[in-house]
Write a protein that binds this ligand. Structure first.
Ligand SMILES: Cc1cc2nc3c(=O)[nH]c(=O)nc-3n(C[C@H](O)[C@H](O)[C@H](O)COP(=O)(O)OP(=O)(O)OC[C@H]3O[C@@H](n4cnc5c(N)ncnc54)[C@H](O)[C@@H]3O)c2cc1C
Length: 462
């Protein structure tokens, strides 16, 4: 065994946003910190490097954000998407703390930009990183290097020594790294297809993983095996419908298809199966992965007509297009007659009203088994376009329990003395179901800061 003589105040596992922030906060408080990133340097930053924005609370204009997004509105949004599967005191604490996230990042070199247009409706609520998550990751690594944090790449934590609820040190293969405290920030298990299969059954084989192949949940499993409290359900996750042509791993944001609310979505039997206009896209896109996962062969197709062209963020793969619905059906492997009937029934059911994609316009269908409740315009203007859809898993919610100081809870409801958790690995504490665009980064930022602060405090006092 390779034993380093140094005992770090804080050992952090995971070099995405949550781990980086915890490491930086701890180092700024005067702690010695070792950051263990499981991926090689070229893949550092986990799912964080794919992100675009975070959702902070604000009582007035904040950096690139306009208007007000206060605790009550944020809480209502969270309650709605989680259907109550959240921990109210902890969630509210996080929402209040989120007011400081943008300023904290800006002070450490992260730059923001005004939001993009299209179907996103996020100008008031979501602060976009200039250059995306990679810029944020690079800025934070640069900041961490300036603080003399010891950063190791290819440093997957393979085991931890744990006695009487106390962390003693971490193993990276046969290397032993001693620490007074440990911050678990190693993401979820979304890239572990075998684990996904346990939760979802064989349909998981047809899932695409939008982010890093390095979030395999090995640390999560270790902590649960050592008695950490389990939070969340194994099949709860953020899953969006992405282009069926996306790669198995790491396709990132550009594989997303953002025109669902502008058109109709059919399964491989050419039948619609869910209200495409239920709510604004940022509040609904994260349910579409699950919806498609429940369809035969886990495949869907979104169909739009020329009226919707240019009204959404262009996906990386070109659409299949045709001048008739039947021709389009043949191109995408659907029965032409059935698709024609589905479109005709939909068009005939559209009620009069004014289309306005910037608000819930109430332009709906009536009398269908599955009605579209907003933005229902007839699909009648060629050329018609289709994008195939597959479930794209973003991140899983099963995690370890924590208290409001990000300290890990054990299954007997006691607290670990010196293990903290932040980011995806504990997201299920506030996000039991559903998703709100930008809240993943908010969770990682707020709990990353808390974990770093509390770990440093413990280490420097013990
Ligand atoms: C395509 C895509 C787009 C997204 N867009 C947004 C967005 O715009 N806004 C938003 O809020 N959220 C977004 N998310 C979700 C967001 O990425 C996560 O919520 C957030 O990045 C989680 O941060 P984290 O630090 O917990 O995890 P990550 O950033 O994934 O970091 C985890 C790190 O742990 C490392 N690791 C794994 N196992 C080990 C181990 N055993 N030992 C050591 N290290 C290990 C990994 O290499 C990885 O670097 C997006 C996700 C994806 C995939």
């Amino acid at each position: 065994m390779n034993i380093s003589s140094q005992c770090f105040d804080v050992v952090v596992a995971g070099g995405g946003q949550a781990g980086l922030i915890a490491a930086i906060v701890a180092a700024e408080a005067g702690a010695t910190v070792c950051l263990l990133e499981g991926a090689p340097k070229s893949y550092r930053g986990g799912n964080t490097r794919h992100t675009r924005n975070l959702r902070p609370m604000h009582e007035g204009p904040l950096s690139v954000l306009s208007g007000v997004y206060d605790e009550e509105e944020y809480w209502d949004d969270l309650l709605r998407v989680t259907k109550g599967k959240t921990n109210e005191p902890m969630a509210r604490m996080m929402l209040r703390e989120s007011a400081g996230c943008v300023d904290w990042l800006e002070k450490r070199g992260v730059q923001f930009q005004p939001p993009l247009g299209g179907t996103l409706h996020l100008g008031r609520t979501n602060a976009f990183f200039m250059g995306g998550g990679k810029q944020l990751v690079n800025a934070l690594y640069r900041w961490a290097e300036g603080l003399s944090i010891e950063i190791r790449y290819d440093a997957k934590v393979t085991d931890i020594a744990f006695e009487n609820n106390r962390f003693l040190g971490a193993y990276v293969g046969d290397e032993w790294i001693k620490g007074k405290t440990f911050v678990a920030a190693a993401g979820g298990f979304e890239a572990n297809v075998e684990w996904l299969r346990e939760a979802w059954g064989p349909v998981a084989d047809n899932f695409l993983i939008r982010g890093t192949p390095y979030n395999r949940g090995e640390l999560l499993k270790l902590l649960l095996d050592k008695g950490a409290m389990q939070i969340g359900e194994p099949d709860q996750c953020h899953a969006v419908a992405i282009d069926g042509r996306a790669p198995k791993f790491d396709g990132g944001i550009c594989t997303r298809v953002d025109c669902v609310s502008l058109g109709i979505v059919v399964n491989k039997d050419a039948k619609r199966f869910y209200d495409e206009g239920e709510d604004f896209w940022p509040k609904r896109y994260a349910i579409w992965g699950r919806l498609v996962a429940k369809q035969p062969d886990q495949i869907g197709h979104v169909i739009i007509d020329t009226k919707s062209k240019g009204a959404f963020m262009p996906p990386v793969f070109p659409a299949e297009t045709a001048s008739t619905i039947e021709e389009l059906a043949i191109k995408i492997g659907l029965d032409p007659q059935t698709l024609r009937e589905t479109v005709d029934q939909f068009n005939a059911a559209v009620q009069p009203g004014k289309f306005d994609h910037t608000e819930l316009d109430g332009l709906a269908t009536a009398g269908l088994e599955v009605n579209k409740t907003n933005w229902a315009r007839p699909i009648d203007s060629p050329p018609y376009s289709a994008y195939s859809l597959k479930p794209g898993i973003t991140f899983t919610y099963l995690g370890v329990g924590v208290d409001q100081s990000a300290r890990m809870l054990m299954s007997d409801d006691t607290l670990s003395e010196n293990i903290f958790a932040a980011g995806e690995i504990m997201a299920g504490n506030v996000l039991g179901e559903g998703y709100l665009a930008g809240i993943g980064m908010t969770i990682g930022n707020v709990f990353g800061q808390i974990a770093g602060r509390e770990a440093a405090k413990y280490a420097l006092n013990n």
